[in-house]
Ligand binder design. Structure first.
Ligand SMILES: [Zn+2]
Ligand SMILES: [Zn+2]
Length: 175
């Protein structure tokens, strides 16, 4: 496949920015496009390596704006490096409906330190388990963990947010 067949991340980034109250500046479009096209979460340095001509301060500000607007999210690494990926950590901020919160997990490679986002963790785990469950919508990962929580700490405990991080070796490092 030639490069021209690649998805147009610049156009996608621009349309995502237009859906927010943020101004679609050139820097924000380019930074968001870089994140959208990335297979794993990017550190500041990774973004800088992709956008070599961009001023460092502009790049930092663009990342912060995108994160605040929910177009990107920030992941703290074990190496104290923050990494960024497109998309929000939670599909909706569920103060009113915490149970509808989107489950978003991460895979951290302990060899190369790359971080990958795992979307819809609850739904995907549920899908693989659908055969054994009579009603697939009845028991989500969240509900199962809520049971574990109450079984260990007591009935009064309620989970509102579950952070899932899987650590191991990524495909490149494992072979
Ligand atoms: Zn790796
Ligand atoms: Zn993520």
């Amino acid at each position: 496949m030639k490069k021209t067949d690649a998805p147009d991340y610049l156009a996608l980034a621009e349309s995502q920015l237009r859906d927010t109250t943020l101004r679609a500046t050139d820097a924000r479009i380019k930074v968001l496009a870089a994140l959208l096209g990335a297979r794993y979460a990017f550190s500041h340095q990774d973004v800088q390596d992709t956008l070599v001509d961009m001023d460092r301060v502009t790049l930092y500000r663009a990342l912060d704006c995108l994160t605040d607007a929910g177009l990107a999210h920030k992941i703290a690494g074990d190496d104290r490096v923050f990494r960024y990926n497109a998309g929000s950590e939670h599909l909706e901020h569920g103060d009113q409906h915490p149970t509808q919160q989107h489950q978003h997990g991460h895979f951290k490679c302990t060899r190369c330190a790359k971080v990958f986002c795992i979307d819809n963790v609850g739904e995907k785990l549920l899908a693989t388990d659908a055969k054994s469950s009579p009603d697939p919508s009845a028991a989500s990962l969240r509900q199962q963990l809520q049971k574990v929580l109450q079984a260990t700490l007591g009935k009064g405990f309620q989970s509102h947010e579950i952070e899932l991080t899987i650590k191991g070796w990524c495909a490149d490092c494992a072979h």
